[in-house]
Ligand binder design. Structure first.
Ligand code: UDP
Length: 498
């Protein structure tokens, strides 16, 4: 169906995956586009996920409440599916997203018919590529917003090529943790241990992620939340593929960070946030190690004990975001808050470390990383956390947990040489709600000591990346220019607005 695009405001339709990491960067990207071009409006269509909806809903509520573009930025949360798929089935995520396609299509058509908007393009999250078909039906282009770095994108494209051109069974071949291989975009060889788990899931996961890679090649462009100065080798590999016509234009537009904690953490109690700030204000500069493992990070009792011992033995001041594993039966589930930390921690730990440690639930992470008392960050290496840490110049100790984080950790430690390793090969196994092994207190202590006493070479590299990230977004900076090129590209289909 072709729709009339002539009267109503030109509208970009964003469809993020409603995980906090994907959503927050997409909203921030939308705001940057609205700031740069006054003729564009943006509609967010948010998939209704039962899993972590309260957090997503409160984020969207907060965004709508503090909306700097009330007439040009609209949020629309889709109704829940009347017949959702079984979360324990292998293709759950794929099926769950695809079942929203008719709802997405109707939302766009309804707005157009009502004269509220004239869609000029879809910006789809990397997991929503099935919606390219809707855009094609409506005769508008689709772009992918890739909320991670070049490492994961290059690996997706590489594995998809191996599967399609060489008929290699990726899940079987790379399930060997000791396999050593080269891939485009990395200078060092990597091992099976750095391969994100999704590629190893014979049932569902691997075929789903390779299908997304196949579909990336069919869209009009890929916006990536990174900057060329950070990942030179990774971007070279991508630009080469663009030049050879193997993938569409890649737009490095990052680092895109939503750092306004007042807006993004509306769900955090104000006095809780204040108590964290007050505590940090009372600590010496660069003296506190911060531990946080992302929106989905949690550990079982045995692992929590090892962390507590590692912190105790390190002697460092610490701020620890600790939440408990999901209780849901399903494959995935968001962690929940402890009612009291006493029950979760070894006896005597809280009192014994009261003069130098603080334990919290959901962390106002951006605000914490910005604080001068923070000297190091033990992180799960989620891409947003990585960019936030770089932005504030806080050195990281890597402890990947899920998603593509093992690969991010590899890049940070081996490729960029700006982080120290606690582990690069830890994985949380959703079915058992445990890690593939227990990280021992000694490793944690050593990692903390290293990150809090970083050598000068690493410090200066990290400082350089921090400065380059900030420069990339300034007028004339690389990402600023790429965002301009993207806006030109998307408007070029809409002659009235050029
Ligand atoms: N975050 C936070 N407090 C927490 C956990 C996470 O503010 O306790 C934020 C963090 O600052 C980042 C996002 O949630 O912006 C997590 O994104 P990331 O890509 O790092 O990891 P994900 O949660 O997607 O695995």
């Amino acid at each position: 169906m072709e729709i009339n695009k002539n009267r109503a405001p030109s509208e970009l339709v964003f469809i993020p995956t409603p995980g906090m990491g994907h959503l927050m960067s997409a909203v921030k990207l939308a705001k940057l586009i609205l700031k740069r071009n006054k003729t564009i409006s943006i509609l967010f269509i948010v998939i209704n996920v039962p899993l972590n909806l309260s957090m997503v809903k409160s984020y969207i509520h907060s965004q709508s409440h503090h909306n700097p573009y009330p007439t040009r930025l609209t949020f629309h949360i889709l109704p829940p599916l009347s017949n959702p798929p079984d979360p324990t089935t292998p293709n759950y995520l794929k099926n769950f997203i695809e079942l929203h396609n008719p709802l997405v299509k109707h939302s766009v058509i309804d707005r157009t018919m009502a004269g509220l908007s004239s869609p000029i393009g879809f910006i789809l999250d990397m997991l929503c590529t099935s919606m390219i078909d809707i855009a094609t039906d409506l005769n508008i282009p689709s772009y992918i917003f890739f909320p991670s770095g070049t490492g994961f994108l290059n690996l997706m494209l590489h594995f998809q090529n191996m599967a399609d051109l060489e008929n290699i069974d990726i899940a079987t071949k790379f399930s060997d943790p000791d396999i050593v291989f080269n891939m485009p975009g990395l200078e060092n060889q990597i091992t099976g241990k750095a391969v994100p788990r999704i590629f190893l899931e014979v049932e569902g996961g691997c075929s789903m992620i390779l299908e997304h890679a196949r579909r990336f090649r069919k869209c009009k462009g890929i916006l990536i939340n990174s900057y060329v100065e950070l990942e030179r080798v990774g971007f070279k590999a991508l630009f080469d593929q663009v030049e050879m016509g193997q993938i569409p234009t890649v737009f490095p537009v990052g680092p895109i960070l939503d750092l306004d904690e007042k807006i993004r953490s509306e769900s955090n109690e104000e006095d809780e946030v204040q108590s964290i700030v007050d505590w940090l204000d009372n600590q010496p500069s660069s003296s506190v190690v911060f531990l946080c493992f992302g929106s989905m990070g949690s550990f079982d009792e045995e692992q929590v004990k090892e962390i507590a011992k590692g912190l105790d033995d390190s002697g460092h001041r610490f701020l620890w975001s600790l939440r408990k594993p999901p209780s849901s039966e399903g494959k995935y589930g968001a962690p929940s808050l402890h009612e009291t930390f006493v029950e979760a921690l070894p006896q005597g730990f809280i009192d014994g470390t009261a003069d130098r440690g603080k334990i919290i639930g959901w962390a106002p992470q951006a605000l914490i990383l910005a604080h001068s008392a923070i000297g190091g960050f033990v992180s799960h290496c989620g891409w947003n956390s990585t960019l936030e840490s770089l932005w504030f110049g806080v050195p990281m100790a890597t402890w990947p947990v899920y998603a593509e984080q093992q690969l991010n950790a590899f890049q940070l430690v081996k490729e960029l040489g700006i982080s120290v390793e606690i582990r690069m090969d830890y994985r949380y196994v959703w079915n058992t709600k445990k890690g593939n092994f227990v990280v021992k207190a000694k490793e944690i202590k050593n990692g903390i000591k290293k990150v809090m006493n970083l050598d000068e070479e690493m410090k200066s590299k990290a400082r350089e990346m921090k400065n380059k990230g900030r420069e990339a977004l300034e007028i004339g900076g690389s990402s600023y220019d790429w965002l301009g090129r993207f806006i030109e590209d998307v408007l070029s289909k809409d002659p009235e607005r050029c």
